[in-house]
Design a binder for this molecule. Structure first.
Ligand SMILES: NC(=O)c1ccc[n+]([C@@H]2O[C@H](COP(=O)([O-])OP(=O)(O)OC[C@H]3O[C@@H](n4cnc5c(N)ncnc54)[C@H](O)[C@@H]3O)[C@@H](O)[C@H]2O)c1
Length: 258
């Protein structure tokens, strides 16, 4: 599970699971380039991880919804890394809206960032990985894409699309030795905490029964560094070389035993 010599891009590296993933990869010896729209935090976190070592880290701006931005950032990164072995792609946004109230603007934004962003980053990564002899793409789905999600209609639909895309890309790119999997996490990150902060008391009660109460392991959302980081290392490493097309919950049992 060691990542010494691996060349990796991590999107969404300015906070949450992207931040934890970048740290875990550098700790495992990889050369990592973090990317985000939140440049100040992204650059500071990469510098911190780089100082801690033993791997290396730096930072580049990217807007994953914009193909020109992704092409440019990935080209720069691949040049600096000397190739590409893995893409960890947690960058995404979350919005709350029920099926009746979701606006066209929110729907389009959700699909631009979460779905188009996954397609574009995956396509560009695949192109570079093919040249490097193969690689591992790790997308981020959600339990929200597997079940009805009354409070987040557009987010739920977008995550369902990420699941389908992940399986299709895996089926298409296996011949190039490029693996594509999706993590379905339940982690206490700013995204989760902000969604809870937007929720009224009745919503919080419903979220407790729907989300937290269904987590078998201690009934609490996970810690991104302790509970997700090692899994991200596994999926970027050669230890997972025969795993592709999978939707992998890392959620204390939430998806399976609810
Ligand atoms: N937190 C959870 O429990 C949970 C549950 C299920 C799925 N997920 C998924 O896991 C992934 C990581 O979530 P998180 O909780 O760490 O989120 P987060 O909001 O804490 O972090 C997301 C990061 O993505 C960046 N980002 C947003 N839009 C971007 C864009 N257009 N271009 C580049 N970067 C952009 C943000 O700036 C931020 O740094 C997401 O795909 C999320 O949908 C999270």
């Amino acid at each position: 599970m060691e990542l010494k010599g691996k060349r990796i891009i991590v999107t969404g590296s300015a906070r949450g699971m992207g931040e934890a993933t970048l740290r875990a990869y550098v700790q495992a010896g990889a050369h990592v380039i973090g990317m985000d729209v939140s440049d100040e935090d992204g650059a500071a976190l990469a510098e911190e991880a780089n100082k801690a070592g033993p791997g290396k880290a730096s930072y580049l701006h990217v807007d994953i919804a914009d193909i020109d931005s992704v092409e440019a950032a990935f080209s720069k990164a691949v040049e600096a890394l000397g190739g590409l072995d893995a893409l960890a792609h947690p960058a995404a946004i979350q919005r709350s809206s029920d099926a009746g109230d979701v606006t066209v603007e929110d729907w389009d934004l959700m699909f631009a960032v979460n779905v188009r962003g996954t397609m574009i980053t995956n396509q560009v990564a695949h192109r570079h990985m093919k040249v490097s002899g193969g690689g591992s793409i790790i997308n981020f789905g959600s339990i929200s894409g597997l079940r009805p999600e009354p409070s987040a209609a557009a987010y739920s639909a977008a995550k369902g699309a990420v699941h389908s895309w992940t399986r299709t890309a895996a089926g298409t790119w296996g011949v190039d030795n490029v693996r594509v999997n999706a993590i379905l996490p339940a982690m206490a990150t700013p995204m989760y905490l902000e969604a809870m902060a937007r929720t009224d008391e009745a919503g919080k009660e419903a979220a407790y029964w729907m989300n937290q109460r269904t987590i078998a392991m201690g009934r609490a959302y996970g810690d991104p560094d302790k509970d997700l980081g090692p899994v991200m290392v596994f999926f970027a490493s050669d230890a997972s070389r025969f795993i592709t097309g999978q939707l992998m919950p890392v959620d204390g049992g939430q998806t399976s035993v609810r």
